[in-house]
Write a protein that binds this ligand. Sequence first.
Ligand SMILES: [Zn+2]
Length: 348
Amino acid sequence: MTIEIPVPDDWHVHLRDDDMLDAVVGYTARRFRYAMVMPNLAAPITDVADAEAYRDRIVAAAPDDAVDFRPQMTLYCSSAVDLADLRAGIESGVIRAVKYYPAGATTNSAAGGTAMADFIDLYEVLADTDTRLLVHAESTDPSVDIFAREAAFIERELIPLAARLPELGITLEHVSTKAGIAFVDDHEQAGATVTPHHLAKERSDLLADGMRPDLYCKPVINSAEDRDALVAAATSGRADFFLGTDSAPHPTTAKYGPKAKAGVFNAAYGLEVVADVFDRAGAIDNLAAFTSTNGAACYGVEPSERRLRLEKSDIDADLATTFSTANGDEVVLFGADAATRWSVTLLD
Ligand SMILES: [Zn+2]
């Protein structure tokens, strides 16, 4: 089987900085066109000048054979954001979106919010400029079960916010549960990114046969029933679901220890993983909508005119399962098994 799709976009990615940026950016830049770059560096990106400087570092680090790589910069929602600066950054085209993190929910989120309602003035700037709010929807209430945290956040924070600002475009990032799908179903203003790993795995894969730190991410991979709901939504072709890999590298030293960091590095083989999911669901004809056209439409850009060919065929090569940074940190690649079933060619 062979399918051609417009070059995909990745609407949620962590490119990090310094030697990790140097090591990972090529995986994204050779496969994807737009890349929505998350602002949770060790020092969060809260002003436009920092976002611009970060974009310059990303572009400088990208390889010469990048497809048509266009990093899209985001600001980190916090009280440090100056609203005039934000507005100017949006109007000049530097800032594509703002990301809300609940404080403490995931990597480098200590500077995040404790209540969504604390930033209404900021959201009004977004609504006014037709700019989307990207939301990490996960309750940090320690009394809420880890597998129920997305649903709790949606109920307590996101539904009231959506009702208060119906003109605000919201992207529910890395949707992980049927509660998240229901939120998108119920709200015209909302869309969602879905990751390769949340589509391909469920929590038994994470926990049943030895604990798998490489599958540990936030929000955690949830039940098989939730996974099935994500697959149904993503493969449906519906316009409000699109690919955001949430590719998030951590060195093995941070993954294989008493406290594994949350994040799956899937930029290398995430597309093959998604192709596998769509193929198994009998929905390969809807792959382009998910990877290449729905997200573009949501963010008001045309799909790429360049195309990429996926061919289902057994690949006999030894595919890399790790890479190393210049400093010697090793990172595990997610999805190498799927990559043995698909060959990917960028067309001219
Ligand atoms: Zn993320």
